[in-house]
Design a protein around this ligand. Structure first.
Ligand code: FAD
Ligand code: NDP
Length: 612
């Protein structure tokens, strides 16, 4: 923020602020529209300078000058490249009509001019996962000479995998397939209610080894396919670990420890994250999601440590495959998600799936009781602690065959030698700060995917960001990646899909007086005959002052992933509650609940869905 000195006249002070950033928001403390504007630019990952007039000694005087200079009497006053765009409504309209991001991109262009030079490649991509592959393929299709480095460091257990990154090998793909295996188990049981005679379904058993072998065969076919695509398109693939040695130059080391160097004009970092481990005695006996999907034997009785996406999804399918599963939860479930929905997901796992929860506990020690044998896991004793309000500690200890740590992920940036090229990154967390153009603090080095600070860590986000970045770098396009209303689904036994804001964040942003929540319980038709009476739930979080714009969509129910994807288009087009109401449902589906919601939370009326 520029210094505000008494010697400067007010106009000069304003102009200093205006020139301090591409986007400048002049606002006041109590103004809800200022909060909305800040939220919007934050969600879009667009850097802005917020000038809080209430905090400045000469704030009122400056406001008067602002009014004279730009002719607008209200706050926020939002300026892009020195021009007043208007208040929140104007900027909002620009975004909803698809003009805001191109306007910002057009103003800044590529933002850097990197001189052409005598480089080996136009682009070096480090990391062959979702983001890296997408960027590399797009860049060659723009006629550029591109190399992609991908190297997987083995887990402490020695697990490793092929080209494609987390999603394909140890993330979305094997996870969703194991979720499917779990759902099929439930369907077998339901089938008898629909007249199928499948013998004694209670004795249907699951063969872990067979599931893993078939899923791994599929994963290997994807690895092969990525390599084939690289060859076909002309991306040079190097199965080697790359790190910077100086400006525009990396060294890379392959499996045989052979070291070479290479130069490029541009770099895209897409090295992804790896699971965290804990600093407790016996941590070496734990596995992570990097090992689970190719584990050669059934995990047996399992303790899952952690309570977010990875933990709940893995615990969910392991239990449904017939294992004894306990989840050790440090604080809350699904931090960052709508907590009413998170609690419902937990309730289903606890009450319907019979998964045990150790709430408020952290593991403190793990001891080996029995060695693993070929085809069988070992046995380990886990001690955990829970600090009660009165300060006393409650200790638990129990024996498990597998301890799965799902306590978050660390960006793979520490070994890239980023200091050699001046790329700023958070030394503690490892995340790289990028601007809205995915550019790091070094103008010729960009980053996409999970390693970028503040971006949703999801495959389609990494793919989109990588593709758009390559097109901006090499095809003269301007489109920025829009990080607002990114949909996601947690594939727990009862799936949870959402788009936009949680109820809590909506209230924080718009104020409780301006937020109206429509909601409905429902029992899917398919559940009625086998008598599953758990109440699924959906809600729409709306903002009254924005013509009841839907800013948050949430559903906990079967196929939530498929349902949520469809409604994403409506949310991207800033649909209002009226738009949802005027859409005709497809009967009898779960998704139709969003077309018939009439009960608001505030009314206190029953949210039971009416029959057809
Ligand atoms: P990655 O896909 O992780 O790829 C990075 C690659 O770079 C890796 O192969 C790595 O080994 C390599 N690498 C690292 N450093 C170097 C180096 N110095 N030199 C060479 N190579 C290097 N997202 C969803 O959208 N839906 C889901 O259902 C979903 N499920 C998930 C389930 C699990 C269990 C996990 C862990 C994640 C899941 N995700 C899901 C998240 C998704 O997998 C990631 O967001 C996505 O893979 C990120 O892509 P990326 O390109 O940033 O990195
Ligand atoms: P998160 O960082 O989201 O969650 C970490 C969890 O571990 C939290 O519950 C946290 O608890 C807990 N935790 C952290 N440290 C400790 C500790 N020392 N002891 C006990 N518990 C601890 O990580 P995830 O690995 O679950 O997910 C990473 C990302 O991967 C997600 O953000 C998501 O983007 C992506 N992903 C997407 C999926 C999908 O799309 N379906 C599926 C899986 C992953 P606390 O709340 O107390 O901090």
């Amino acid at each position: 923020m520029p210094p505000v000195g008494d010697t400067k006249d007010n106009k000069s002070i304003i102009l200093e602020y205006v020139n301090s950033s591409k986007v400048v928001i002049f606002g006041k403390e109590s103004c809800p529209y200022c909060r909305k504007a800040k939220r919007m630019f934050t969600d879009l990952n667009i850097e802005y300078n917020y000038v809080n007039l209430t905090e400045l000694t000469k704030g009122e005087e400056l406001f008067t000058t602002l009014k004279e200079m730009y002719g607008q009497n209200t706050v926020p006053q939002i300026l892009i490249s020195g021009q007043l765009v208007g208040g929140f409504d104007s900027v909002e309209k620009l975004h909803s009509e698809g003009h805001l991001l191109p306007m910002i991109a057009g103003e800044i262009g590529l933002g850097v001019e990197v001189p052409d030079g005598d480089y080996d490649y136009d682009l070096i991509v480090i990391g062959g996962g979702s983001g890296g592959i997408s960027a590399a393929k797009e860049a060659v299709s723009c006629g550029k000479k591109v190399v992609c480095f991908d190297f997987v460091k083995p887990t402490p257990l020695g697990t490793t995998w092929g080209l494609g990154g987390t999603c394909v090998n140890v993330g979305c793909i094997p996870k969703k397939l194991m979720h499917q295996a779990a759902l099929l188990g439930h369907s077998i049981k339901d089938a008898t209610s629909f007249g199928w005679d499948i013998g004694n379904c209670q004795s249907a058993t699951h063969k872990w080894e067979k599931m893993v072998a078939n899923i791994q065969d599929y994963v290997k076919s994807l690895n092969f396919n990525f390599r084939a695509q690289f060859i076909k398109k002309g991306v040079k693939y190097e199965n080697a670990y790359a790190s910077f040695v100086g400006p525009h130059r990396v060294k890379y080391v392959n499996r045989r420890s052979e070291e070479k160097e290479m130069t490029a004009r541009y770099f895209i970092l897409a090295t992804g994250c790896r699971p965290k481990y804990m600093d407790i005695p016996g941590c070496e006996y734990c596995i992570t999601s990097d090992d689970l999907f190719s584990l050669p034997h059934s995990p047996g009785k399992t303790l899952v440590v952690g309570a977010s996406y990875v933990a709940l999804e893995c615990a969910g399918f392991l239990k449904s495959l017939g294992l004894d599963v306990t989840i050790m939860v440090r604080s809350i479930l699904l931090r960052g998600f709508d907590q009413q929905m998170a609690d419902l997901i937990g309730k289903y796992m606890e009450d319907v799936c019979d998964i045990k929860f150790l709430r408020g506990f952290i593991p403190t020690k793990i001891e080996k009781v029995k060695d693993a044998e070929p085809g069988k896991p070992g046995t380990y004793r886990v001690t955990g602690l829970n600090s009660k309000d009165n300060g006393d500690e409650i200790q638990v200890d129990d024996e498990y065959n597998t301890i799965l740590l799902a306590i978050g992920r660390v960006p793979c940036t520490a070994d890239l030698n980023l200091n050699a090229v001046g790329v700023n990154f958070d030394k503690k967390s490892g995340y790289i700060k990028c601007n809205e153009r995915e550019c790091t603090s070094t103008p010729y080095i960009f980053a996409v995917g999970d390693i970028v600070d503040g971006r949703p860590e999801l495959t389609p986000v990494a793919i989109r960001a990588g593709k758009l970045l390559a097109r901006r770098l090499f095809a003269g396009e301007m489109t920025l990646c829009d990080y607002i209303n990114v949909p996601t689904t947690v594939f727990t036994p009862l799936e949870y899909g959402c788009i936009g804001l949680s109820e809590e964040t909506a209230i924080e942003t718009y104020g409780s007086h301006d937020v109206e929540v429509f909601h409905s319980n429902f029992v899917p038709l398919e559940w009625q005959v086998p008598h599953h009476d758990f109440q699924c739930y959906a809600k729409l979080v709306c903002v009254k002052s924005l013509k009841k714009r839907v800013v948050g969509l949430h559903i906990a129910g079967p196929n939530a992933g498929e349902i949520t994807q469809g409604w994403t288009v409506a949310m991207k087009m800033f649909a209002t509650k009226d738009d949802f109401d005027s859409s005709i449902g497809i009967h009898p589906t779960c998704a139709e609940v969003f077309t018939t919601m009439a009960v608001t939370k505030d009314s206190g009326d029953s949210a039971e869905a009416e029959g057809c």
